[in-house]
Design a protein around this ligand. Sequence first.
Ligand code: NAP
Length: 370
Amino acid sequence: MPPSNPIPTSMRAAHFTSPPTTQISQTAPVPTIQNSGIYTFIRVLSTSLNPVDYKFASLPQPFPRLAIGSAPITPGIDFVGRAWKTTHPDLKAGDLCWGKHNGPTKHGTCADYTLHTGKDGIAKVPEGYMALLEQGRSLAELGGVGVAGMTALQALMMGDLPYNRSGGAERGGKVFINGGSGGTGTFAVQMAKHGFGCETVVASCSGSNAELVRSLGADEVVDYRSTNVVDGLKEWSRRNGGQQFDIIVDMAGMDPYVYWQAHHYLKRDGGKYVMVGAGTGIKDVVLLTKLMMWPGVLGGGKRPFQLFMLSGTTKEQWNLFGKWMVEGKLKTVIEDENRFDLADIDKAFEKLKTGRTRGKIVVKVAEDGH
Ligand SMILES: NC(=O)c1ccc[n+]([C@@H]2O[C@H](COP(=O)([O-])OP(=O)(O)OC[C@H]3O[C@@H](n4cnc5c(N)ncnc54)[C@H](OP(=O)(O)O)[C@@H]3O)[C@@H](O)[C@H]2O)c1
């Protein structure tokens, strides 16, 4: 078992060649453990992919090199695994842990081992979760939470929702999730309905995913392929007594009119537009600048706009997420076609890049105990 095992000298790891293309090295160097500070050296069991994994590494140099380091770069932020060696105050060697790195890192999680540093962003697997394995839940679900799950949580925490105002005591409020069927959206829909206890959750997705999104907790679905989202929301607003949403969380990004027209469906007092899915290309940055700067009197936005950046994740956030998972309020949506082995990491990235994934893409690295 891990505690008595020495740190290996080499390992299997995916290395970006030309992101998102990778090659697997069987003899990659393992991350070097510092002698001081809080760290956890982890035997990775499962990870999941997020658009940021390749988007960031694909930026022109020198940005990726300055932020992540020089080649070879192993992708992957999310993980579930065994703490092999740790100085974390809440963990001991051999514990199962889950979490995420702070961002893209040189020794990511698409590898046999990864090194997590710091106190935040890692926790013991939720109490009570192991008992669920016999009921069809999996450790891979925990490895699929990371960036997407914590983004959904932190974004919804920005809303003027009864749950947030009352420290979790009250339920209610109305939420629109733009893009409810992807990795982040599937968490956001479930969380809004079953965690934050919102009275109404409306979400957009392709018509073919409407049933899935409804099954996760959406009361209404706008099929963005057959209906203009702004028209769909105005219509919803007409039927529901005016500007009603407390928060709009936008995973899809780049239709500026969803924000510019938000005064038709977002509450005047306390309503907030949270932009999660803004792109990173030059065109995206230009559009985002226009989206934020265009004056309200000339047809621009008239409600508060917040550009979301996932920040450090606290122990309390992981505990809350884990509790909701154990209570059955949240699951990671993983379809069979979105399960990959580390050896097939390129296929997993190809799937991610289509932008059409239902739920999460997970990558199995090892069986527990191996
Ligand atoms: N700012 C941050 O800190 C942060 C954190 C996490 C994620 N993000 C960003 O948020 C976005 C979503 O991330 P993700 O992990 O959920 O990605 P993902 O899993 O790849 O999302 C795929 C989903 O996007 C949906 N989609 C695509 N175009 C859409 C549109 N016009 N309207 C509604 N839905 C649309 C697709 O729905 P259908 O298949 O149903 O069409 C698909 O299910 C990405 O751009 C990502 O980079 C940012």
